[in-house]
Design a protein around this ligand. Structure first.
Ligand code: 3PG
Length: 403
């Protein structure tokens, strides 16, 4: 259950509010923001604080610059996009919580927004260095974390800072993410179907294990399905295989059977001679010819998966069904995206997490027909693995009125 204090619990009037956002967005070849979803999703929190008369000191990381400035990782394009979206100037500091940040933050008046330069330009950010957390804390009077996508990182801006600057509350995006994902783990409406794909089973096994006690049916596609097929004795040709995970896969299948959880591994697949493209043929997933590899789930799997998804009341989808960035291998992934949209129309709670499946719902044009499209990749996976997210744990718990 979501029990954190939020921006609504904050008396923001006249305060300088530190807002940790996840502006880790993709940049195009022109150096500008190519997908601003994460920025747009933070606007409700920023606009709410501004409407209350607060000034905002926003901060984020971008990329992985390893503790020193890197021109290609500057937040300058984010500052430009944010200025456009908010229709007001958002200056960018030249340092991270240094003299320039301090001077500009002190000069802020209610209604203004300042953006700090990339937090990861400072070596203290990823080490959760107390000195950096203290310098960040000195820039504001209150703290809001809206960076769900970075909540699995125990960094200075996500953990050290909220320990030092109170009140420390959740933003609207953080609240939305935790509520929508939390509904999957906390008494989900049944039947609950989890569609899991992606290249590697090693990245998903903890989620599969954690969801074993919750879901009724797993639908498995993507490269990872072939480790499961092989574990059952199937012939997978040159399809992706994690040899060292065969025993883990077999163990998962045994546990699912013991618990009465259905695991539907895609029964057929589209196979090709190369992962880059070319001719495909539909084959049984356990009879892939020697020189071929599975690149997408097949039409029979699409039909079966669709029937399961539209009949469910809760659906989680994480990971593509094939190499969907190659248009000829995208059919299964797009078909799952459409099935989720149809399930939503029938009243199901549908959640999509993970960068590739999120891109697929956008490509299929159905993002607005999904209950919740998560902005978190690693964070949503760790949440679904049942782990405590340090950035959430560091926030104040809502104090209930005692009658
Ligand atoms: C993400 O893109 O998943 C978050 O911004 C976290 O980024 P990181 O994996 O570099 O910590």
């Amino acid at each position: 259950m979501f029990d954190k204090a939020t921006v609504r619990d904050l008396d923001a009037q006249g305060k300088r509010v530190l807002v940790r956002a996840d502006f880790n967005v993709p940049l195009g070849p022109d150096g500008e923001v190519s997908d601003d979803t994460r920025i747009v999703e933070t606007l409700p929190t920023l606009r709410y604080l501004l409407s209350k008369g607060a000034a905002i000191v926003a901060m984020s990381h971008l990329g992985r610059p390893k503790g020193k400035p890197e021109p290609g990782a500057s937040l300058a394009p984010v500052a430009r996009r944010l200025s456009r979206l908010l229709r007001q100037d958002v200056p960018l500091t030249t340092d991270v919580a240094g003299p320039d940040s301090s001077r500009l933050a002190k000069g802020l008046v209610g209604g203004q927004v300042l953006l700090l330069e990339n937090l990861r330009f400072d070596p203290g950010e990823e080490k959760n260095d107390p000195a950096l957390a203290q310098r960040l804390a000195a820039l504001g009077d209150a703290y809001v974390n809206d960076a769900f996508g970075a909540a699995h990182r125990a960094h200075a801006s996500t953990v050290g800072l909220p320990e030092r600057r109170k009140p420390a509350v959740a933003g609207f995006l953080m609240q939305k993410e935790l509520t929508a994902l939390g509904a999957l783990l906390d008494h989900p409406a049944k039947p609950f179907v989890a569609v899991i794909g992606g290249a590697k089973i090693s990245g998903k096994i903890d989620v599969l294990e954690h969801l074993l006690g919750l879901v009724d049916t797993f639908l498995i596609g993507g490269g990872m399905m072939f480790t499961l097929v092989k574990a059952q004795g199937g012939a997978i040709g040159r399809s992706l295989l994690e040899e060292d995970k065969l025993e883990t896969a077999a163990h998962f299948l045994r546990r699912a059977q013991e618990k009465g959880v259905r695991v539907l591994v895609a029964p057929d697949c589209r196979a090709a001679a190369s992962p880059q493209g070319g001719e495909t043929r539909v084959v049984a997933s356990d009879r892939v010819p020697d020189d071929w590899l599975g690149v997408d789930i097949g039409p029979e799997s699409e039909a079966q998966f669709r029937a399961e998804i539209v009949g469910a009341r809760t659906v989680l989808w994480n990971g593509p069904m094939g190499i969907f960035e190659v248009p000829a291998f995208a059919s299964g992934t797009l078909s799952v995206a459409r099935a989720l949209a149809d399930a939503t129309k029938r009243g199901a709670h549908t959640v999509v997490g993970g960068g590739d499946s999120v891109a697929a719902v956008h490509e299929a044009g159905v993002a607005s027909h999904i209950t919740h499209v998560s902005t978190g990749g690693g964070a949503s996976l760790e949440f679904l693995e049942g782990k405590t997210l340090p950035g959430v744990q560091a926030l104040d718990t809502r104090v209930q009125a005692v009658s």
